[in-house]
Design a protein around this ligand. Structure first.
Ligand code: NI
Ligand code: MN
Length: 224
């Protein structure tokens, strides 16, 4: 599987299917044609171009209903549940955050915010969404054993570095990739400090990606 960070919270997973998570792309252009889109919550920096893409989209019930009203073939689900689409399994996990839908100058409640564990080609990727640290991240480890954890570290709206270090330990994935930092001034972060501190104190590897950068996730990342 090829994993690409497109900036902010947007990741592309390319394997037997092409999955796009939280399609807000700071650089503006989308380099792939996704088969399936996953939206963690309704905030504009996560919904992004989900309405315009009109691809099969998994989201929490309230967001899925909104997307469906805009002509998007949306698959509704909720926290704690799983759905398998075209051989890819999406499990929706809790996130400690809010959610707000904006549409033509109006705003309304977007349901609960979420994360996803996405299993494709035998590799399990946990995208935490926007979230605070919460101790039930240990259940994500116990239940789903993710190989890779995508963690917000920017602070202010989500976990910062200290919280994300504990989150990475709770989740137990061998590889952690920080996200949701430096997109705008309010979430500037010293992400190198996160890497150094986590690698000094745990066996977890941290990979800092540049926007647009890809890595290959092979069997070595999913070895027990
Ligand atoms: Ni948010
Ligand atoms: Mn956000």
């Amino acid at each position: 599987m090829r994993l690409t960070w497109l900036g902010h919270a947007c990741f592309c997973l390319e394997g037997s299917q092409t999955i796009l998570i939280d399609p807000f792309i700071p650089e503006g252009s989308l380099p792939v044609e996704p088969d399936i889109v996953a939206v963690t919550h309704a905030h504009a920096d996560h919904m992004g171009v989900a309405v315009q893409l009109k691809k099969k989209t998994v989201a929490v019930n309230e967001v899925a209903k909104y997307l469906a009203s805009k002509g998007v073939p949306a698959e509704s689900m909720n926290i704690g549940g799983s759905i398998t689409l075209d051989g890819v399994r999406f499990t929706m996990t809790p996130a400690l955050h809010s959610s707000w839908l904006e549409d033509e100058g109006m705003g309304f409640y977007g349901g609960t915010a979420a994360g996803f564990v996405i299993t494709m080609d035998g590799i399990r990727v946990y995208h935490a969404g926007d979230t605070a640290l919460f101790s039930d991240m240990q259940l994500v480890r116990d239940l789903y054993r993710p190989d890779v954890a995508l963690l917000p570290v920017g602070g202010r709206f989500t976990m910062g570095i200290e919280e994300a270090m504990i989150a990475a330990r709770y989740i137990g994935a061998r590889l952690a990739i920080p996200m949701h930092y430096d997109t705008f001034p309010a979430i500037q972060q010293d992400v190198q400090a996160f890497k150094q501190a986590l690698e000094r104190t745990t066996p977890i590897k941290v990979r800092i990606l540049a926007p647009g950068e890809s890595i290959e996730l092979g069997p070595e990342v999913s070895e027990e």
